[in-house]
Design a protein around this ligand. Sequence first.
Ligand SMILES: *[C@@H]1O[C@H](CO)[C@@H](O)[C@H](O)[C@H]1NC(C)=O
Ligand SMILES: *[C@@H]1O[C@H](CO)[C@@H](O)[C@H](O)[C@H]1NC(C)=O
Ligand SMILES: *[C@@H]1O[C@H](CO)[C@@H](O)[C@H](O)[C@H]1NC(C)=O
Length: 286
Amino acid sequence: MIPVTCRIGLQVSFLLLLIGQTHGRVTAPARLKAPVDKPFTLTCTLSKDRGETLREVRWLDDKNQTLLSYQPGNRDSVSGQQHVELATSPKDSSAITIRRVGFRDEGCYTCIFELSPSGSKQGQTCLTVDAEVTSERNKTAVSGKKASLSCSFGLPEKVQQILWKHTPAQGESTEVASFAKRSDPMIEPAYQGRVWLSASLSDSQLTIQPVAIQDEGCYTCFYETHSEGTKSSVVCLSTYGKCLLFKFAFTRRHKRFNNATLGQNVCFPVFYQVPGIEKIIFAIKM
Ligand SMILES: *[C@@H]1O[C@H](CO)[C@@H](O)[C@H](O)[C@H]1NC(C)=O
Ligand SMILES: *[C@@H]1O[C@H](CO)[C@@H](O)[C@H](O)[C@H]1NC(C)=O
Ligand SMILES: *[C@@H]1O[C@H](CO)[C@@H](O)[C@H](O)[C@H]1NC(C)=O
């Protein structure tokens, strides 16, 4: 039998121990999004008790492997892996920078502050790597020739399927082509034989050859991912037919237009008309 006074004593010291542990705390954002291919900095902040000394700081990756460790105030003590570096941070905090964020950097990071005499305190931040779909600027193509439209996404590891849709100026959107992981590009029947899609989950290129006038409109590339939903971008295509180029010369003397030259040319369906000047050029879309 433990005497009553001794039991109370044990309980009190246990309580003190608990309070002691809640004092020195580490705060870190629970979740963060980091854009792919850019540097990203993770920070943990320590609130330590008076009389405590910070001996060492360690950062662990998702597999609990040491990414970086150092003794505060000692520059030469920094040791760690190539793709992370120690960032400058205010006193009693620690920051590391991932030099160029990639898919493999996704996961939870632990910062551990070794304090003397109280032991270690730790915090954790979970990182999600994020990217946006980008597309080229709008394109123009001549009927009968080739047009290539492309989109890109920096996290092919997250992509399940890419889908391209065509939206004409008037009318409904229609599916053109798609490419899913572990399969071949699929071309919708209406486009077979003149549309191709690259077999890539990052840089997707839709090629149309020969281009038809009705291919004009906007094309949306949808990247369906398993964790980030569907991301998309739009690229628009203008098509031009072959034109007959007429060059008329207005002669004052005859007070009429003189059909000076006729040539077949590739041109934009616009009128070049300069009032008061003797030459007017018409471009007629065929
Ligand atoms: C890392 O360590 C923590 C406890 O310190 C443990 O809960 C976790 O499962 C470990 N993770 C791995 C991947 O070993
Ligand atoms: C592309 O064309 C569409 C439709 O013509 C237009 O709304 C959009 O602003 C253009 N984008 C760029 C980047 O020029
Ligand atoms: C211009 O000349 C071409 C042949 O040279 C002819 O086919 C065309 O009809 C003429 N156009 C006009 C407006 O006279």
